[in-house]
Write a protein that binds this ligand. Structure first.
Ligand code: SAM
Length: 285
């Protein structure tokens, strides 16, 4: 890709492979920082600061901010961009290989935490899953993602895109689309439009699940073969006989031939509790 000349940062070769679509519009950046719900008592973890454009307005609103960036060629630019932000620190690393709980403990302590990011789109699903599972203390996760993935996060049973990610997000958080952002607002513009989504952690998950690890296994396993009925997916995910899988479905009050995509989160939770009941009674799975 041709290097772009930036008013502040000279020539920089954006790396498409790292999802480097930057935002330069100061008014938009202020708006995103505002929508991130950050208050002076909060610590912030930012993923992918790029040139530090979103880091600055976030830093002005929070107690302390750690920004995790994979691209070491951005470090000299970030040093200059953030020199007046005394509460900001950049950490070099790959979010997917970083122990986020340990990073937050070491750098930010145990005060209130929020996450904010204009995410690299090539790892959206994996990063969201990691943030939700590794940082349960984060009060909110405010992220720029592809509009289509934003639709997915809001999707309901029977709708396109309803699956493990939507269920995990809605089970743990109130999910809102805070702003639609056209591709033209980025440099270079990505191929798709974006949405800034805000996930506010619920005080307690949407419904009661006896074994949360089993619930995670269920929401992944139930959707593995979308064309197959739930009973088939349960048999392979949990090594159940057809009779055992059917009995769990029946005891959860669900139709025998149902597919996972038709089930609400509450119904999946009921099913999960039946499977853990079976697990307890047969001491396996
Ligand atoms: N925050 C900046 C902005 O809004 O202009 C840049 C956002 S850009 C969409 C994504 C950023 O994430 C880039 O700086 C990129 O280098 C960084 N990034 C990509 N993959 C990453 C990874 N695995 N871990 C940490 N940062 C990553």
């Amino acid at each position: 890709m041709k290097p772009k000349r930036h008013a502040r940062n000279g020539e920089f070769h954006h790396k498409h492979s790292l999802g480097q679509n930057f935002i330069e519009d100061e008014a938009l950046l202020e708006q995103l920082a505002e929508l991130s719900l950050v208050t002076p008592e909060d610590s912030v973890l930012e993923i992918g600061p790029g040139f530090g454009a979103l880091t600055r307005p976030l830093s002005a609103r929070c107690r302390r901010i750690i920004s995790l960036e994979i691209d070491d060629t951005l470090l000299p630019i970030l040093r200059v961009a953030l020199e007046k932000c005394e509460n900001a620190e950049v950490v070099l690393g790959d979010v997917m290989k970083t122990d986020l709980a340990a990073l937050v403990r070491e750098k930010l302590g145990d005060g209130p935490l929020r996450v904010a990011a204009n995410l690299p789109y090539y790892i959206t699903t994996d990063v969201l899953t990691k943030l939700l599972t590794e940082l349960p203390q984060a009060r909110s996760i405010a992220v720029m993602i592809q509009k289509e993935v934003g639709d997915k996060l809001l999707s309901q049973p029977g709708e396109d895109g309803y699956g493990p990610l939507a269920i995990l997000c809605q089970y743990l958080c109130e999910v809102r689309r805070a702003l639609d952002v056209p591709a033209a607002c980025f440099t270079p513009p990505p191929k798709v439009d974006s949405s800034f989504m805000v996930l506010e952690r619920r005080d307690a998950p949407l419904c009661s699940v006896h074994d949360e690890a089993l619930f995670m296994k269920l929401i992944r396993g139930a959707f593995v073969m979308r064309r197959k009925t739930l009973v088939n997916n349960l048999m392979s995910a949990f090594s159940l006989s057809r009779e055992e899988a059917s009995a769990c479905i029946d005891r959860a009050g669900l139709p025998a031939q149902v597919r996972a995509e038709a089930l609400s989160i509450e119904e999946l939770a009921r099913l999960c509790n039946e499977i853990s009941g079976l697990q307890a009674s047969t001491d396996r799975i």
